[in-house]
Design a protein around this ligand. Structure first.
Ligand code: C5P
Length: 240
């Protein structure tokens, strides 16, 4: 699978910073190494669309991780507004349902931008007990596969999934959808509190198109060296 347009490499760095100044300062250092910068809810709630506009000047693709989930009309309107900001990728929740997913996909297509939508399936913070608590009897993996299939059938072009779900989701959705995978821990780093992780090369070999890495880079004493080490691991791994 070729990388999305404008991506120099498959490494997405999650710039999880509370304010624009510290986010930009980190991104300036990582510019030219990261293939994409992921901006999430904390920064967007704090700084708004101005944060996305400021990142545009870095000329590195932007992944706007807003995980939209609302009625179809509201999500479609938000997708259109997000497209104006020019991110390469934007997330919606697959559990918003078919009408919401179709409305989001249609809004993205009609927005005259190259922005691609990604569907989030089951948050990896949820286990089987949590799903049962909200009335879902399937195990997380089966539910993630179910939602991925639904999202793709509704016209969503990519899926965010954990390393453990790559193979099952790829088998369910076929070769076209882009799989974007967080929960990555480099070979040399400790697992910490993360249990369902994979190394960059494991995720790539399993079929991840893009890998999302946050703290192993952003909390490193030398973020650029950490990112370069991950890129080297990725280059050594066979892409699918
Ligand atoms: O754990 P790490 O700092 O590498 O996380 C990077 C990013 O990936 C974070 O922005 C987090 O929101 C996202 N993430 C996710 N799903 C997970 C783990 C992390 O979307 N299971």
């Amino acid at each position: 699978m070729p990388l999305p347009a404008g991506f120099a490499n498959p490494l997405v760095v999650a710039i999880d910073r509370p304010d624009l100044a510290s986010a930009l300062s980190l991104a300036h250092r990582l510019r030219g190494v990261a293939g994409c910068f992921k901006l999430g809810l904390e920064l967007f709630v704090a700084e708004g669309p101005a944060a996305v506009r400021a990142f545009t000047a870095l000329r590195t693709p932007i992944f706007l991780d807003l995980k939209l989930h609302d009625i179809p009309n509201t999500v479609a309107a938000a997708v259109r507004r997000a497209a104006v900001l020019g991110p390469a990728l934007l997330t919606v929740h697959a559990s918003g349902g078919p009408a919401m997913l179709r409305a989001a996909a249609e809004a993205a297509r009609s927005a005259n931008s190259s922005m691609r939508l990604l569907a989030v399936t089951v948050l990896t913070s949820l286990d089987g007990e949590d799903l049962a608590a909200i009335g879902i009897e399937r195990e997380p993996l089966a539910q993630a596969v179910h939602l991925a299939r639904l999202a793709v059938a509704c016209g969503i072009e990519g899926i965010v999934c954990s390393p453990a779900e790559i193979a099952a989701i790829r088998a369910a959705v076929g070769p076209e959808p882009i799989l974007v995978v967080p929960g990555i821990r480099p070979e040399q780093s400790g697992l910490g509190d993360q249990k369902r992780t994979a190394s960059p090369s494991q995720a790539r070999a399993a079929g991840a198109d893009l890998i999302v890495v946050g703290r192993p880079i952003t909390a490193a004493s030398d973020p650029v060296a950490a990112a370069e080490a991950i890129l080297a691991q990725l280059e050594a791994a066979p892409a699918r």
